[in-house]
Design a protein around this ligand. Sequence first.
Ligand SMILES: [Zn+2]
Length: 126
Amino acid sequence: MAVTIDELGRRLKEERGRLAKALEQMRAGAPPVGEAKEGSPYGKKEEGATEAFELEKRLALEKRLMALIGEVEHALQKFKDGTYGLCDVCGQSVEMARLEVLPQATLCLSCKAKQERSAKGKFPSR
Ligand SMILES: [Zn+2]
C-alpha cells in the first residue's frame, strides 16, 4: 500500500496542472469589476460594499491558489534537488503518511504545527 516517491512526484505534477487550470478558470470566469450587480436587495449604498467584498473574496481565493501552486512548485524543486521528503526546517524526513495525503508538504508535522501557531488565524478553510 505504501506509495513511492516517484508516485508522489507524479501526483505533484498533476496537482500543479490542476491548480494552474483552476486559477486560469477563475480569472476567466470572474466578472469584470463594475459589472454583474443584478437586483441587490439593498439600495445603492450597499452596492459598493458588496462589490468590494466580492472582489476581496476572489482575491483571497486567487491568493490561496497561487500560494498552493507555489507550494507544489517548491516541492517539485526539492524533488529535482533530491531533497524531497525532507523537512525544510529541521531536515528530518517528512512522515510518509503525511506526504501521501499532502504531496506538497515540505515540513514535518511538528514544524508545521509550529508554523501554524505563529501564523495564527491563517488556516486554509476549504
Ligand atoms: Zn521539521
